[in-house]
Design a protein around this ligand. Structure first.
Ligand code: HEC
Ligand code: HEC
Length: 161
């Protein structure tokens, strides 16, 4: 019995890492409206309350105006809250310093990117942690698998090794 449980936990671990992606059944309106200025982020990285906060404040969106039609806003809000974090990935997203949550501020994000230096984050090839596509080659398609990473300026990655 104990062995069976261990195997089950191991299997869940794999499934868990794999779920950080935009689900294939995401409404096209999400990829279009929320993938215009940055990539459409995986919904699992913020919890439902965070997403509601983001979607209720599109007029004051991280210093930008991201207002969209009401029907699209509703459809996207439903999609994001339905697929929101339930594993703790979003812990630490909120801070006193800004009214909106940031998935790039979470403990999960920092831990997953622990090897990346500040110089690289702020250099002109990446510019911002929110610019996932600078390193994740298929971020625009909503995919963040390990074999799809290419670090800017790393010739080994450029050759696809
Ligand atoms: C008009 C441009 C624009 C559109 C459209 C837009 N955003 Fe953003 N978004 C931004 C900017 C600018 C930032 C701040 C990026 C940074 O800090 O580098 C941002 C940041 C974010 C962040 C925080 C990223 C982080 O660093 O953790 C989330 C979450 C987000 N947007 C969600 C959305 C969603 C959901 C939509 C669709 C409803 C959307 N955005 C549409 C411009 C936009
Ligand atoms: C400067 C390059 C860079 C940027 C920008 C970047 N990442 Fe990553 N990301 C990496 C690297 C490198 C790894 C693999 C780290 C390792 O294996 O040690 C990684 C790992 C990941 C993983 C896999 C974690 C795991 O354990 O399987 C996810 C998911 C991810 N990043 C999502 C994002 C998202 C979402 C954004 C944007 C909000 C982003 N990344 C921005 C370089 C980047």
């Amino acid at each position: 019995m104990q062995r069976l449980l261990l195997i089950l936990f191991a299997a869940c671990g794999v499934a868990r890492a794999d779920t950080i992606a935009v689900p294939a059944d995401a409404p096209p309106v999400y990829m279009k409206e929320c993938g215009e200025c940055h990539v459409a982020y995986p919904p699992q990285l913020l919890d439902a309350g965070d997403w509601k906060n983001v979607m209720d404040n599109l007029h004051a969106h991280y210093g930008d105006n991201a207002v969209i039609g009401e029907q699209a806003r509703q459809e996207i809000t439903d999609f994001l809250t339905r697929n929101a974090d339930s594993n703790g990935y979003s812990a630490g997203a909120n801070s006193m310093r800004s009214p909106l949550p940031k998935l790039t501020r979470t403990g999960w994000f920092r831990h997953a990117h622990i090897k990346i230096t500040n110089t690289l984050w702020t250099g002109n090839q990446v510019r911002s942690r929110s610019n996932c596509g600078a390193c994740h080659m298929r971020a625009e398609q909503g995919s963040f698998q390990e074999n799809e990473i290419r670090m800017p300026g790393d010739p080994r990655r450029e050759r696809g090794e």
